[in-house]
Write a protein that binds this ligand. Structure first.
Ligand SMILES: Cc1cc2nc3c(=O)[nH]c(=O)nc-3n(C[C@H](O)[C@H](O)[C@H](O)COP(=O)(O)O)c2cc1C
Length: 317
């Protein structure tokens, strides 16, 4: 029997892969099977204000890209409130963030900090699985906080719950988003893990995907983050097993995304904030990307930004 097809999942990148990014992606590009939305923090009290859930409003989601909302928090009662609000919107599958590395999050026992306190992690997994039922709650983790020993130690607890999947970004919180991914430890986790496992981290090129999928033949779920933002054709190229980039399609996608950002932004300042965050990832994809990025960074208005882009002859690096 053939191995099941690879599933490609858009990573949650707060401020980057939100609603507008997903809408523009689906309007112009292909290759993603589903997306995890950037985290939404649990709230105090019995009610979740609708504006908190705007990014996961089902009516606004693009067709063909099933969305899994993600929650960050550490209080099981607050988690239940958020899960119920999301279920009320129609979501059956929801993810818990146990990977956010920022010290102000992790120190408070949220995000990657959840891994530190076994009882707290257990209480969250129990609440999530109970609220959503078996096979509907999932967890996104790192290998640990300061070193890579924590996830291997927590794995027996994690997989004692009927989770839909476990997504592993094989870095420690201390590494933030830099330094090498620890594939040795990921391999050990993969060997011990009975839950469906997602690999996430540093898939930037088709070559990276080929290498990783050859090294981990048992993995069928792959999450793409910064690599897909830098090259929006990445999922499509992985599917086609060849580079599918076309500049005209890139430009159509970008123009559409810019319009969507502009429609939300109260003014050029906010719009440029979005665009610069995006281009911090995109620029290195282009020849002379450093110079282009330096020029884009200095722009102060939409018109200036568009002029710099129009004057630069975009060519793939
Ligand atoms: C700007 C930024 C925002 C992120 N926001 C989230 C988030 O909301 N939830 C989450 O689980 N991970 C978040 N991450 C982590 C990514 O989902 C992913 O695990 C990480 O970037 C590694 O994958 P990559 O190398 O493919 O980007 C974020 C990462 C970045 C760089």
């Amino acid at each position: 029997m053939d191995a099941p097809a690879h599933e490609l999942i858009l990573a949650p990148l707060r401020g980057v892969t939100g609603l507008r990014f997903r809408q523009a992606f689906q309007a112009h590009l292909t290759g993603l099977d589903r997306a995890v939305a950037p985290f939404i923090a649990t709230v105090q009290g019995p009610r979740v204000k609708p504006e908190i859930l705007r990014g996961v409003d089902p009516a606004a989601q693009p067709a063909g890209l099933p969305l899994i909302p993600q929650v960050i928090g550490k209080d099981p009662a607050q988690l239940r409130v958020m899960l119920r609000a999301m279920r009320a919107l129609g979501y059956a599958d929801i993810d818990l963030n146990a990977g956010c590395p920022w010290p102000f999050v992790a120190k408070k026992g949220r995000g990657a900090g959840l891994l530190r306190d076994e009882a707290s992690l257990a209480a969250m997994l129990e609440a999530g699985c109970e609220e959503l039922g078996p096979g509907h709650f999932s967890l996104k983790v790192r290998l640990g906080l300061d070193d890579a020993t924590l996830l291997p130690r927590r794995l027996p607890l994690i997989q004692s719950f009927p989770l839909r999947e476990l997504c592993v970004h094989p870095r420690t919180a201390k590494q933030m988003y830099e330094g090498a991914v620890d594939l040795e430890t990921f391999a050990r986790v993969a060997e011990a893990c009975r839950l469906p496992l997602v690999y996430n981290g540093d898939i930037r090129t088709l070559g990276d995907f080929r290498r990783l999928s050859a090294r981990f033949p048992g993995i069928r779920r792959w999450m793409l983050g910064r690599g897909l933002v830098a090259n929006p054709f990445l999922a499509e190229s992985i599917r086609a097993d060849t580079d599918t980039r076309v500049l005209a399609r890139f430009q159509a996608w970008h123009a559409d995304l810019l319009e969507r950002y502009a429609a939300d932004a109260p003014g050029d300042h906010a719009l440029l904030g979005h665009l610069k965050e995006l281009w911090a990832y995109l620029a290195p994809t282009f020849r002379d990307g450093r110079r282009l990025w330096d020029a884009l960074k200095l722009t102060r208005t939409r018109a200036e930004f568009e002029r710099v882009l129009a004057l630069s002859r975009l060519e793939w690096a």
